[in-house]
Design a protein around this ligand. Sequence first.
Ligand SMILES: Cc1cc2nc3c(=O)[nH]c(=O)nc-3n(C[C@H](O)[C@H](O)[C@H](O)COP(=O)(O)O)c2cc1C
Length: 125
Amino acid sequence: MSVVIEGVVEHGDARGRLLGFPTANLRLPGGPEHDGVWAARVLVPELGTWPATVSVGTRPTYYAADAVRLAEAHLLDFDGDLYERTIRVELLHLLREQVACATSAELVELIRDDVTRTRAQLAPN
Ligand SMILES: Cc1cc2nc3c(=O)[nH]c(=O)nc-3n(C[C@H](O)[C@H](O)[C@H](O)COP(=O)(O)O)c2cc1C
């Protein structure tokens, strides 16, 4: 069974846009039980459903282990503003654990691969 997270999209620190992978961020109460990077589906009421690559956790590349836990959804082929909207995120396939990268460039390489794998996982047969 897949895990569903629902919440209001919050403002991030805009690094996602700098990295080339903008994300819709949801604050995630609770513990590390869903931590990791996921192939997912995101429902935006009144707009539609998008495949997404979703990162859940404390972002160890940039923050300490006791940092706030977020679900960050990068919607594939979506170009728009989701701030203040309620979205529904369905986590479908765990791709990997979040890791602490030495550089942002290294993280971008990983995310590129995550997106490729998401497209492969969610492609219709
Ligand atoms: C697909 C994906 C995978 C990610 N994987 C990691 C990771 O392994 N380690 C990490 O520290 N952050 C990871 N992140 C989180 C990025 O650090 C985060 O999106 C970036 O810092 C932008 O933050 P912002 O939305 O607050 O601007 C990932 C983000 C995405 C979208």
